[in-house]
Ligand binder design. Structure first.
Ligand code: HEM
Length: 137
């Protein structure tokens, strides 16, 4: 059997996530708030932001898996936007990407191969996040 590409492994996991999106969102935000309780107060419209943040991080990683050329600019835009939401650290963004991978994989019961495919995208996303905020240097 031929090896599956990261894009295929990611699409498989997303199919398995169908109908479990709320569980994924709850898991990822529980991780964020238990690791960084102070940031809770920065979320003024938590329910909407939970959906947008959880979806956006998936879309960026999904875009990276297919080598989409819009990912770099979109990452810069979305990360830069956070300047108006609070004073956040680079590590918090790295962790959010890792929490998203972990939550997607837990909720879908992903295989080690699927998990590795997601983690590779999170690891590609991190330098793009870092590049979006030159003031983090
Ligand atoms: C890859 C990582 C992340 C992505 C892709 C992302 C994406 C987003 C998006 C799409 C929005 C909604 C913008 C809108 O409504 O127009 C948002 C809002 C927000 N994000 Fe993130 N985010 C990330 C990480 C983080 C982290 C690590 C924190 C804090 C530690 C954070 C704090 C916030 C806050 C406070 C808001 C506004 C919430 C509100 O007004 O209720 N984000 N984010």
């Amino acid at each position: 059997m031929t090896r599956m590409t990261d894009q295929e492994l990611i699409e498989q996991t997303l199919n398995a996530l169908h109908g479990k999106e709320e569980e994924y969102r709850t898991t990822v935000f529980d991780r964020l708030f238990s690791t960084y309780p102070d940031v809770h107060r920065n979320f003024l419209g938590l329910e909407g932001s939970k959906v947008r943040m959880s979806n956006e991080v998936i879309e960026l990683m999904r875009g990276l898996a297919s080598d989409a050329d819009w990912v770099e600019m979109q990452t810069i835009d979305v990360i830069d936007l956070h300047r108006s939401y609070g004073d956040f650290a680079l590590d918090q963004f790295f962790h959010f990407a890792d929490f998203a991978v972990d939550s997607i994989c837990k909720v879908t019961g992903a295989s080690a191969e699927q998990r590795a495919a997601w983690q590779r995208q999170a690891d590609k996303l991190k330098p793009l996040i870092e590049q979006a905020r030159p003031d983090w240097d």
